[in-house]
Structures are given as C-alpha cells and as structure tokens.
Design a protein around this ligand. Structure first.
Ligand code: UDP
Length: 490
C-alpha cells in the first residue's frame, strides 16, 4: 500500500465475549499497523478488557481509540455489570439460560447508540460481529460498508451453509447415525447429536430469529472477514467464495499480530499467573514434553469431570499446564475437584492455572507438545499456528465442526470421544472418562503417530506464519481489502 492512500478510519464492534473480543482487538491492531485509524466499540464493563491493547498499540504508534456505549442492563432486566458472556457462564446456575436470553435482547438495543457514533464519526467501514445483524442497516443509513466477523473458519461457514441447504440430519433414523454433509468437500461425517440444538429444532426462538436475521444481514453486507489462512483450508475457502458465492477476505491468523511477550501475554483478561513465572516453568522442560489443557473462556465443567481430567492426566504420565476456569469465589470453597494429594504429587510436573492463562505464549513455547482443546476456533487456530497436535474435546457452538477439521481434514489431532453437543449455559456436556483422557493425551504426546501429527502441525504452523508475511496469502488478501476500502473512499 502506498502512502498516498488517504487514511482510513474503521470501527470494530465485537460481541461481548472473549472469543469475539480477542480476535477483533487483534484485527484492529492489524489494521492499525497498516496506517488505518481504528476505533474499538464496547460497553463500560468491557472497556478495561481493551485498555491494555489500546495502551500497547499507542506505544507502537498505532492510532487506536475506544468508544464506549452504554449497556442497557436495566432495560433488559440484567444485574449491573452483566455485560459479557463471561458473567453469565461463570458458575453456571439455573438462571443462566434466562440471563442469556436477556443478554441477547440487550445487545439488540445497542443499535441506537451505534448509529449515534456512526453519525458523529462517519468511519469508512464498520467491522461488526455476526451477532449484531442490525449493524448492516445501521451502517447503510450513513452509506458505510459493513463487514461481518463470524469468528469461525471457512470450514464451519461452509458446513453450516450445507447443513441448512440440504438438511441431511432429517434423513437419518437416529441421533447417533452418521451422515455425510452433502455438497461439502471431503466427505465430512457428523451425527445429529453433534449438531447445535437450534439446527435440529423447527421452533423459532430469539436466538434462531437473530441467526436468521444475521444471515440476511450478511448477504446485504460488504462481505466477511475470516480469521484463517488460505493454505489451511483451501477447498473450503474456495467453496465459500465460488460455490456459495460469498465475498470474503482471509486475514489470519490474527493472533500473529502480537509480536512480543507482553502483547502475547495480555490478550483478553489479566492472566492469573505472571508470564515470566510461566515461561520460567516452561523453560525448565524438554521440547514437546508438556501438554497444555484449556477449554476456552466460556465452557465450565463440574467437579466430577475436573476430577476425571486430573486422574486421566496423572495416568498419562505427561507433564502439563492445566487451566481451570474458577473464579475467586470458587477458589475460596473447598477444592473438591482434585484427587487427594494431587498437587503435591504433581509438584514440578504439572502446573494448574486457576482463572486465565497467557495461552498464546504457552502454546508457542517449544516445551509444549500437545493441546487438549474444546476446539473453539481461536484456540484451534492458535494451536495450528503453534504447530502442536491436538486432543479435540468439543463442547458447544461450532466446535464439533472444528473437531472434524482437526481430526479428519488436517489430521493433526485425535478425538477424545465426545458425542453430544451441549448448551454452554446448562453444563451438560458428555462425561469423558479417565481412560479416554489418558489414551488421547498419550496419542498426541508420544509414539510414531504423535510424531506424524506433530510434523504435519509444524508444517501448518510455518504456513500460518508465511501467510501473514509480505506476499503471503493473508497479507495479500488483507491488502486487497484495504485497497478496495480506500478506492471506495476516493
Ligand atoms: N484464552 C486465553 N486464556 C485462557 C482462556 C482463553 O488467552 O485462559 C483465549 C484463547 O487464547 C482464545 C480465546 O481466549 O484466543 C478463546 O476463544 P475460543 O474461540 O478458543 O473459545 P471460546 O472462549 O470462544 O469458547
């Protein structure tokens, strides 16, 4: 891009969940490094989650600011400060489902304050989350192009589309009978059990209505930005564009815009461990000897499942870093989720992080040789980028699709064997037994198969890095997008 191109100003508006806010903050940073003026939009309680990113970006000479809009928690009947999916899913209770519905309603009320901001600032583009279907209309009112960010990959975008068009799940006789997703390259097999509830039912809910609206809004939008790189899933990137006819730009892996330790350590929440302490621990370990276990920012397990993980891990005889999503209140309670004497026995061998881990920093360390993941797309792509084989333990959302990508298409991971999709606000995932955990961990850490998967994963990790370098596929697509937006402006 030449310096004659007038400076663009772009708004970035993520859904209030870490899995959306983190990649969009990275995206804003990426645009900022190319001279674009960027504004992140969020609500008061979420603002501190961006303050570090903004400060660091300013230090790097990136023009980034934060625009805060009021969250209508009173109007939506939510408790004060309940402005993030985190608040609904920490310590899931019977009211969580009700809160999730109210939360969704509250987000729809953000259209007006967004329009106010668009009117005032007239940015050149609005990148808004897929969960804000009304953002396309809001932007159109001011002649501003709206880009959609789904937070998922081409594979899942295509799978969702093919499932909706062909409805193969309606032709099987039981929930456990596998079917091939028609139209989708690669003979991808799924079962009805692995599909989200809303896909199986014909009932219209607030959530299905929002999804329907967002599909329409996407078709009317300027296009889609995807956190992925072409070489990772060429068949699906092509299918999305050429067969489904969508306009899309792949610009990932977005996490790679974080170049130094501090940037990598401060994504999302404040880590519950000092990054240097964490690195010191990892530095004392041999290459590929540590398995990292983390289930993202939303999923919760009950004490029985945590206990089973602990026993399975100990039996696998692998060194580990295990992130357990427990808030302070939980920590004060008796820890009934660890076997007697577990931490003493694991001293020096295993590290439990209670709360938030500096994930990218950990994954990229050469000591880490495997990743047990819930297959959230950010985590999965971070695992790919770090070149580590994975144990796929999908829980919800489109995570079962990502499991298929990792195990069947990329062949860089094994399934732990979960069969049943679960709602995040209900805590009802499949219970995975210790033997399955032990077996899957060993499969990605030791033996010939692990080595094969690791070498494939490493190759993909290198491709990921090349994709974002000059002339790389993501770099070029990003350039094309910037040029289009600049031309629109002239
Ligand atoms: N993450 C992190 N530390 C944690 C848990 C999660 O840094 O302790 C980050 C992780 O690196 C990823 C994001 O949070 O970028 C989680 O997104 P993902 O799509 O994997 O899962 P979700 O949280 O949306 O289920």
């Amino acid at each position: 891009m030449s310096s004659e191109i007038p400076q663009l100003h772009i708004f970035f508006f993520p859904f209030m969940a870490h899995g959306h806010m983190i990649p969009i903050a990275d995206m804003a940073k990426l645009f900022g490094t190319r001279g674009v003026k960027t504004s992140l939009i969020t609500t008061p309680s979420n603002a501190p989650l961006f303050s570090k990113t903004i400060q660091r970006s300013k230090d790097l000479g990136i023009q980034m600011d934060l625009k805060i809009i009021k969250f209508p928690y009173v109007e939506a009947g939510l408790p004060e400060g309940c402005e993030n999916v985190d608040a609904i899913t920490t310590g899931v209770t019977t009211t969580s489902k009700d809160m999730a519905i109210k939360f969704l309603k509250a987000t729809a009320m953000l259209k007006e304050p967004l329009e106010q901001l668009l009117r005032e600032c007239k940015p050149d583009c609005l990148v808004a989350d897929v969960f804000f279907p009304w953002a396309t209309d809001a932007a159109a009112k001011f002649g501003i192009p709206r880009l959609v960010f789904h937070g998922i990959n081409f594979f899942s975008l295509c799978t969702t589309a093919c499932m909706t068009i062909y409805e193969p799940h309606k032709q099987v006789s039981s929930d456990a009978e596998p079917f091939v997703v028609p139209g989708l390259p690669g003979d991808i097999k799924l079962t009805r059990k692995q599909l989200p509830d809303f896909m199986k039912s014909n009932e219209e809910t607030d959530f299905t209505k929002m999804l329907k609206d967002s599909k329409e809004a996407e078709l009317n939008s300027y296009g889609v930005v995807v956190n992925s790189f072409y070489e990772l899933e060429p068949a699906y990137a092509d299918y999305y564009r050429n067969v489904l006819g969508r306009r899309a730009w792949h610009i990932g892996p977005l996490s790679l815009c974080n170049k130094n330790v501090e940037d990598k350590a401060f994504r999302g929440k404040q880590a519950s461990i000092d990054e240097n302490e964490c690195l010191k621990w990892l530095n004392s370990k041999k290459p590929n000897s540590v398995v990292y276990i983390c289930f993202g920012s939303v999923a919760n397990f009950n004490s029985d499942q945590l206990m089973e993980i602990a026993i399975g891990l100990e039996a696998s005889e692998q060194e580990f870093i295990w992130v357990v999503r427990k808030d302070k209140k939980d920590q004060e309670e008796k820890e009934d989720w660890l076997p007697e004497g577990f931490e003493k026995r694991m001293e020096g061998k295993g590290l439990i992080i209670r709360g938030w881990a500096p994930q990218v920093l950990i994954l990229e360390h050469e000591a880490v040789g495997g990743f047990v993941t819930h297959c959230g797309w950010n985590s999965t792509l971070e695992g790919v980028t770090a070149g580590v084989p994975m144990v796929a333990w999908p829980i919800s959302a489109e995570q079962f699709y990502n499991e298929k990508l990792v195990t069947q298409v990329l062949k860089i991971g094994v399934s732990v064997g979960v069969q049943q999709w679960a709602r995040l606000v209900e805590l009802v995932g499949d219970f995975v037994k210790r033997d399955a955990i032990e077996k899957a961990v060993k499969e990605v850490m030791v033996g010939d198969r692990a080595e094969e998967m690791r070498s494939r994963a490493k190759e993909l990790g290198e491709m990921a890095r090349r994709a974002v370098e000059k002339e790389g596929s993501s770099y070029s697509d990003f350039n094309a997008l910037l040029e289009e937006l600049s031309l629109r402006r002239n």
